[in-house]
Design a protein around this ligand. Structure first.
Ligand code: NOJ
Length: 505
């Protein structure tokens, strides 16, 4: 029997506000997404993960949720969400949604109740005195209310943290999971998954958080074949692995891989570490190059420093676009050949660069404002997608778009790339299709082709070779079924990946 779908899926991340605009107001929505489902089917993804689609004042791009059982009117209606789930399923695509259990929105009914009545505050973290904790977005993590008390917000002030010692909070989230499972969603991406439970001295990775996920896993299992994916930025692998024990979350994002510089020894170390962490607990690894919080890969890989660091430290540092695209193509094939799940963040398949020259007045990420502009924020990877045409809004929908699109994206539209055999889109389509056909499950075995080369064979007979050195390398035996760039005299040039297939294996 083949493995469970979530053990080897290609999962496409939809940042709904920037995906496709169906009603012409300049913001993406469910109508736009439904219209583009055939594009995702052609791309060859197994599942879609959507960033929060709930009613929200959008103080943090929807991660300030006012009602976990509704749909933000800018995006559509609950009825339309149900239609979308059914249509995606009709095309064989699973649907994963975001759940945000660490914090609420100041616009939520519970928080409004807490403001009005000091006796109704146990669902949040209210104290008479703040401590010295700092918000992850900058500035103090406490805000004072009119009667003098302070509430905790690890992120923006509009995102008050829930108190997970409250039985009511726990019960409500269990009900939220059921609400959406009943409507057919196939899983949840759990936002800030290690932060929920706090005590007076610590706010991350406290042991009782695991009780929450054991309970959530029981609920997911009741519905069969549904999954929970953790957003866990934990450097300690042993602590990270605890969340993926067989009765907790199914998988988690691999941020070590995402942050890794384009260097062979470092990548090899991260891949080995990932496998060593996941194999003993039987959880599938995941391979992630991008998401809505980080610099677009073609920009990052074109810089002298190819790592990703939070805080926008490298924002605006020079990037060679040709080199960046070349490496991003090679990295995509590397990620897709590894055992486990792979994620594709919308626009990655179009090779979109980070938009670093957004006008300051257009920036919406609270990280920008909260840092007094020192951190340029994450808007540059959230610019609305270019679908067709020669100028903004590039077939996205109405204009102006909620974040401005740059001039010069005509060649990057999905329409322009569809017809181009050498485009990033064609590479992703071909790679996802071959991945489905040739990869299978099973493990990988490293091949030694020299220190600058990452080469491995999968049990199915697919071999992936990535050359991160300066000199071309000789390819091992096998049919080259896909390469991220042209070969030179049968050799693999620098910053290129080749997939070879040996039917005899
Ligand atoms: C993680 C999300 O990915 C990010 O976009 C958000 O700002 C924080 N969680 C806070 O919800």
């Amino acid at each position: 029997m083949s493995q469970a779908w979530w053990r080897g899926a290609a999962i496409y991340q939809v940042y709904l506000r920037s995906f496709a605009d169906g009603n012409g107001d300049g913001a993406g929505d469910l109508t736009g997404l439904r219209g583009r489902l055939p594009y995702l089917k052609d791309l060859g993804v197994d599942a879609i993960w959507l960033n929060p689609w709930y009613p929200s004042p959008m103080a943090d791009g929807g991660y300030d949720v006012a009602d976990y059982r509704g749909i933000e009117p800018v995006f559509g209606t609950l009825g339309e969400a149900e239609k979308f789930i059914a249509e995606a399923h009709g095309l064989g695509i699973k649907v994963i949604i975001d759940v945000v259990p660490n914090h609420s929105s100041t616009a939520s009914a519970w928080f409004q109740e807490a403001l009005a009545d000091p006796g109704a505050r146990e669902r949040f973290w209210f104290r008479d005195e703040p401590n010295d904790w700092q918000s992850i977005f900058g500035g103090p993590a406490w805000t004072q209310v009119a009667d003098g008390q302070w509430y905790l917000h690890l992120f923006a002030p509009e995102q008050p943290d829930f108190n997970w010692d409250s039985a009511e909070v726990r019960a409500d989230f269990e009900d939220v999971l059921r609400f959406w499972f009943e409507r057919g969603v196939d899983g949840f991406r759990v936002d800030s998954a290690a932060l929920l439970v706090k005590d007076e001295t610590r706010w991350e990775d406290l042991d009782p958080v695991h009780d929450v996920y054991r309970r959530w896993r029981e609920i997911a299992d009741e519905y069969g074949d549904r999954i929970l994916i953790g957003e866990l930025w934990l450097p300690d692998q042993e602590r990270f692995a605890r969340y993926l024990r067989p009765d907790e979350l199914h998988t988690a994002f691999n941020f070590d891989f995402l942050s890794c510089p384009w260097e062979p020894a470092e990548l090899r170390r991260v891949i080995d570490l990932t496998l060593a962490t996941h194999t003993p607990i039987g959880a599938p690894p995941t391979w992630v190059l991008a998401n809505h919080d980080v610099t677009r890969p073609v920009t990052r890989y074109g810089r002298a420093d190819t790592s990703f660091a939070h805080g926008g430290a490298l924002h605006g540092s020079p990037s060679d676009p040709v080199l960046g695209v070349r490496r991003a193509r090679a990295a995509a094939l590397l990620a897709m050949a590894l055992p486990g799940c792979v994620y594709v963040y919308q626009g990655e398949e179009l090779g979109l660069p980070e938009v670093e020259d957004l006008p300051d007045a257009a920036r919406q990420d609270p990280m920008y404002a909260r840092s007094g502009g020192a951190n340029r924020g994450r808007d540059g990877c959230r610019v609305p997608l270019p679908w067709s045409g020669a100028e903004p809004p590039y077939g996205f929908g109405g204009a102006p778009t909620w974040l401005p699109q740059p001039e010069g994206w005509a060649a990057l539209t999905a329409e322009a790339q569809s017809a181009d055999p050498g485009s990033m889109l064609t590479l992703y389509r071909r790679a996802l299709s071959l991945r489905r056909e040739l990869l299978g499950d099973g493990t990988m075995t490293w091949l030694d082709l020299g220190p600058g080369v990452l080469a491995f064979t999968r049990d199915s007979g697919l071999t992936s070779v990535t050359n991160l050195g300066a000199e071309p390398v000789r390819l091992p035996p096998g049919d080259p079924v896909l390469t991220s760039g042209p070969l030179t005299d049968g050799h693999l040039p620098a910053d290129t990946t080749a997939w070879l297939y040996d039917r005899q294996t």
